[in-house]
Design a protein around this ligand. Structure first.
Ligand SMILES: CC(C)(COP(=O)(O)OP(=O)(O)OC[C@H]1O[C@@H](n2cnc3c(N)ncnc32)[C@H](O)[C@@H]1OP(=O)(O)O)[C@@H](O)C(=O)NCCC(=O)NCCS
Length: 151
């Protein structure tokens, strides 16, 4: 398993991963409806642009030439970022998500981010348990579930 930064050649494989997670649990994604190829490609182009401008840290895990996980932290304030992570169903509960979060956090620190937020649907109990294991703590006074950790 290789862990490295997202590259343009990954678009097709990452598109398939995002759609498989959308079909499994749409509420775990940021899409209001099933995204089309063009929407996903423009999202991925924005990721690469953000990486070039040091606003986005994005790492993928690759196995057999396929993207099996993606983690991104996008700068959202002067010193804070928002995290998004997906791991292919057949690769879950093997510590991959946690490894990616730590590597992506290190990259975000290089981009001068000091804290990171995880926003999730309150039906996504697995994600809340996962982020808690990764050192995130629930923020008080929020309607939606927002968790935060220092970098
Ligand atoms: C959340 C997600 C990224 C976790 O990835 P993962 O590779 O399975 O996570 P890890 O194996 O590193 O898990 C580390 C620990 O987190 C906890 N954890 C992870 N998934 C969990 C789940 N579904 N339920 C309860 N605890 C969970 C466990 O304590 C786990 O350690 P353990 O397996 O030894 O018990 C993955 O389930 C996923 O892609 N979900 C769909 C997309 C999503 O919800 N993303 C988050 C919203 S941004």
């Amino acid at each position: 398993m290789q862990i490295r930064e997202l590259e343009e050649k990954d678009f097709g494989s990452l598109r398939a991963l995002i759609l498989s997670v959308y079909d499994e649990m749409p509420y775990a994604t940021t899409f209001a409806s099933r995204p089309g190829g063009e929407e996903l490609d423009s999202l991925m182009r924005r990721k690469l642009e953000g990486m070039r401008e040091s606003r986005v840290a994005d790492l993928v895990a690759v196995e057999g030439g396929e993207i099996v996980a993606d983690c991104e932290i996008t700068k959202s304030t002067e010193s804070g970022g928002v995290i998004g992570i997906i791991v292919a169903k057949e690769h879950r509960r093997r510590g991959l998500g946690r490894r990616l979060v730590e590597k992506c956090a290190a990259k975000a620190r290089q981009h001068k981010m000091l804290e990171v937020y995880a926003e999730m649907d309150d039906r996504n109990e697995g994600a809340a348990a996962f982020f808690s294991k990764c050192g995130f703590r629930e923020q008080e006074g929020e309607d939606e579930l927002i968790m935060v950790r220092s970098l």
